[in-house]
Structures are given as C-alpha cells and as structure tokens.
Design a protein around this ligand. Structure first.
Ligand code: HEC
Ligand code: HEC
Ligand code: HEC
Ligand code: HEC
Length: 341
C-alpha cells in the first residue's frame, strides 16, 4: 500500500511541475553544437557500470552500442556522408546527434565516446547522478527510505535533467527524438531513411534492449507489467505526435522529409483519436484539440513547434496521472510478446 501512496504523490507533483524542465536538457551550448545531450554534462556509460553492470552488459548486445563500431564502415552510411560532404563520422554533427554519445573534456575536446548510450535515453548525468541513488545518506537503504525522501529524490533527479523512467513519457520522448529523424537536409539531400515509420514503443523497448534489473534488486530482467505496458504504449503514441509535429515544423520544401513528417503526424493523430474512442480520457481530448488547431504545411515552424510543446506538457501529465488500470480498453492494440524486437 505504501507504494501506491508514493505513486500518487509523485504523479501529482509531476503533473503540476514537470512541464518546466522538459525542454531544458542542458545549457544553451546545446543548440550551437547541434546535439541532443550537452557534452559538457555527459559522464559516459563506464561511469554507470560500477552500479549498473547488468544494464551495461545488455546494452552492449544492442544496435545502439554496435553503431559506434559499424556505422562508418557501412556502404549506405558512406553514401549518405558523401552526398553531404562529410569527412569524419565521429566529429561531424550530422551523424553524432543520433548515432553517438559525445563528451567534452579539457584534454581531448569534443569526442564521440560510444554509440547511443545510457545518457542518450536517460539524460546527461553530471547534475543528477549523485541525486538519483541517494537514499538519505549514512546507511540508508532502499527499504529504509521514507516515502517523502523517495519523492524528493525522484523530483530532484528530474529537475536536474534526468529522464527518469518513473515517468514513461520522459523516456518515450528520447526514443522519438531520434527515431523520427528530424533533419531535413539529412533526409532530402543525404537520402537517409525518414525515420523508423514502424517504431512502436512497447515492441521496441521490451525485447532485446530491455534492462529492468533495478525493480527486482538485480535478480531478474522482467518485462514491465500490464499496467505499465499500457502507460508506455500511450506515452509512445503521444510522443509520436509530439515529435512528428516537431519534424513537420522544420520542413521547408515539398520532398521526402516534409511529406513523411506530415503523414506521420496525421497518422499518429488518427491513432490517438481511435484510442480515445475506447478510453474517453479528458487529457486525450486536449491533445487532439491541439492537433486540430494547427495546419500541417511547409514553413509553419512557430505554430507547429508551439503545438508540439503543448502536446509534450500534456504527455508528461498523462503519464503521471493516468494509471494503467484506466487504460485496459487499449489492450487489443498493444503488440503481443512474439512481436517484441
Ligand atoms: C553509485 C551507484 C550508481 C551509479 C554510479 C549510477 N547509478 Fe543509477 N541507480 C543506482 C541505484 C541504487 C538505483 C535505484 C534507485 C531506486 O531505488 O529508485 C539507480 C536507479 C537508476 C535508474 C532508475 C530510476 C530510478 O531513479 O530509480 C536509472 C534510469 C539509472 N539509475 C541510470 C543511471 C545512469 C544512466 C548512470 C550513469 C550515468 C547511473 N545510473 C549511475 C545506483 C547508481
Ligand atoms: C536525427 C537522428 C539521426 C541522424 C542525425 C542520423 N541518423 Fe542514421 N539512423 C537514425 C535512426 C533512428 C536509424 C534507425 C532506423 C531504423 O532502422 O528504423 C538510423 C539508421 C541509419 C542507417 C541504417 C543502419 C542499419 O543498420 O540499418 C544508416 C546507414 C545511417 N543511419 C547513417 C547515418 C549517417 C551516415 C548519418 C550522418 C550523416 C546519420 N545516419 C545521421 C537516426 C539518425
Ligand atoms: C534506448 C534507450 C535506453 C538506453 C540506451 C538505456 N535505457 Fe535505461 N531505460 C529505458 C527505458 C525505456 C526504461 C523503462 C523500461 C520499462 O519500464 O520497461 C529504462 C529503465 C531503466 C532503469 C530502471 C529499470 C527498472 O528495473 O525499473 C535503469 C536502472 C536504467 N534504465 C539504467 C540504464 C543504464 C545504466 C543504461 C546504460 C547501460 C541504460 N539504462 C540505457 C531506456 C534506455
Ligand atoms: C540518440 C538516438 C536514439 C535514441 C535516443 C534511441 N534510439 Fe533506437 N536507434 C537509434 C539508431 C541510430 C538505431 C540504428 C542503429 C544502427 O543500426 O546503426 C536504433 C536502433 C534501435 C533498435 C533496433 C532496431 C532494429 O530494427 O533492430 C531498437 C529496438 C531501438 N532502436 C529502440 C529504441 C527505443 C525503445 C528507444 C527509446 C527508449 C530508442 N531506441 C532510443 C537511435 C536512437
């Protein structure tokens, strides 16, 4: 029962406050470097390994890790690079934003230290790593931690930039930020795939990339339970709308990128509308109303970005306040285990 109370507290707090930290992954240097993570705040996976060795060994078997070793050797990648005039994969920002983790340090400057790693999904860790595992100092354990302390720990980790999976929308956003491939030149000039059109968060997160060890104190790596799968599924659908609005916002010419982005936005809104017929959740009405208020056209950056920001805030609140038990009606849509990647 204790657990439930904490869950509700966290939900309430997050629903009220999270919007503020959403687009604030780091400092303004982010946009100059054109990367998702502030390389000055990246610690690197080896820093996580001393406490999360099991997670690291799972990750090492995934394409997210592998891309560091293989991308620059692939003919398809070389072709894209030559069309874009790229000399070096690991120093050119047109690829690093999604294929690598960059770190800045005083000795080496800015360099790619791995493929897509822990912090690509959970946020650059410098400011939160000391907060997220602090049960209250001096001998305090997970079991002895008070509910209020846990709440404060989760709150402060998120405020310091952690994409903490306690709120599934925060991690869903990480996936879609890369898997929608929001880069017009990369797609239209480079010929890169215009996003993973078949991306679906349950089937893409519960298979080979799954690393749910913490919840069982390292004993097993189980898939999330039914209620959480429902929340994940909805978070994925909402994040798909958010990020396809964002990519449509940066479309300037009628070509593969703009067409795909707009199609994806319209497809995700249709799916959400179909889910809403079964679920009847007020926040989904709000999200669909945001979508209806915009035009999916070229050179409409400001309107579409503002709409995406609104969807983001609603997505965080949905994940924080709607328990899986209210989402049973979407079960038939959630991919079954034999579809998990
Ligand atoms: C000194 C040990 C330690 C280090 C280093 C560490 N973690 Fe953790 N981490 C923990 C513990 C303990 C928990 C379980 C916290 C709990 O009970 O909620 C945890 C939980 C998490 C969670 C689950 C969310 C949560 O708050 O429970 C994520 C995600 C995570 N860590 C990511 C990372 C990443 C990424 C790194 C490296 C940048 C890292 N951790 C480094 C000890 C550590
Ligand atoms: C905005 C994010 C993003 C950027 C930037 C990006 N990629 Fe990708 N790339 C992806 C995603 C996501 C996939 C996986 C697509 C899928 O399989 O659904 C991918 C897949 C690929 C693949 C296919 C890999 C395979 O094994 O099938 C190649 C080749 C590739 N990218 C090359 C490049 C090159 C070269 C650059 C830099 C010029 C680049 N990418 C920049 C997101 C990106
Ligand atoms: C591709 C994105 C991605 C990467 C890379 C990633 N994670 Fe996660 N992580 C997630 C998602 C999504 C969840 C929630 C999964 C769920 O609830 O089923 C999660 C959950 C966790 C949890 C909580 C597990 C639990 O039992 O509740 C920890 C701890 C964690 N990650 C640590 C790490 C560490 C350490 C790394 C690097 C080795 C890492 N993650 C890499 C996406 C990622
Ligand atoms: C920093 C960018 C980035 C983030 C964040 C990210 N991915 Fe990926 N993902 C990629 C790229 C790039 C590839 C393709 C790598 C390659 O093949 O070279 C990929 C590949 C994958 C694959 C393998 C696809 C296949 O067909 O085998 C899965 C599964 C996957 N991602 C799931 C996820 C999930 C789930 C999340 C969020 C929890 C996520 N990714 C977050 C960039 C990212």
């Amino acid at each position: 029962m204790k657990k439930v109370t904490i869950g509700v507290l966290v939900s309430l707090w997050m629903g009220a406050c999270l919007g503020m930290t959403l687009n604030n992954d780091g400092d303004p240097r982010d946009s100059q470097l054109d990367v998702h993570l502030n390389p000055h705040q990246v610690l690197g996976y080896d820093n996580c390994e001393k406490c999360h060795a099991a997670e690291v060994s799972v990750w090492k078997q995934t394409p997210h890790h592998e891309t560091f070793l293989t991308l620059h050797r692939q003919p398809a990648a070389k072709q894209i690079a030559s069309k874009l005039g790229i000399q070096s994969f690991k120093t050119d920002s047109a690829c690093i934003k999604c294929h690598y983790t960059m770190q800045a340090d005083q000795q080496h400057g800015l360099q790619a230290i791995s493929g897509i790693s822990c912090e690509s999904c959970h946020g650059a860790a410098k400011n939160w790593v000391e907060l997220h595992n602090d049960y209250g100092g001096n001998g305090a354990t997970r079991e002895s931690e008070s509910a209020a302390h846990r709440l404060e720990r989760l709150r402060s980790s998120i405020a310091a930039g952690m994409r903490n999976p306690i709120n599934v929308y925060l991690v869903a956003q990480s996936c879609y930020r890369c898997h929608t491939v929001p880069d017009e030149r990369l797609v239209n000039v480079g010929g890169h795939k215009a996003g993973s059109m078949d991306f679906e968060i349950v089937s893409w997160s519960q298979g080979s990339i799954r690393h749910n060890f913490v919840r069982t104190n390292g004993k097993t790596n189980d898939a999330s339970d039914r209620n959480r799968l429902r929340q994940l599924f909805m978070a994925g659908m909402i994040a798909e709308l958010e990020f396809s609005l964002r990519s449509t916002a940066t479309a300037t010419e009628k070509a593969a990128y703009g067409i795909n982005s707009a199609k994806r936005a319209s497809r995700s809104a249709k799916r959400l509308a179909a889910a809403q017929k079964k679920l009847n959740q007020p926040l989904l009405d709000n999200i669909l109303a945001v979508y209806k208020s915009v035009q999916l056209k070229l050179n409409n950056r400001q309107q579409l970005t503002e709409a995406a920001d609104s969807v983001a805030a609603l997505g965080v609140r949905f994940a924080a306040t709607v328990p899986g038990s209210e989402l049973e009606a979407i079960d038939p849509y959630i991919p079954a285990q034999d579809k998990w990647k």
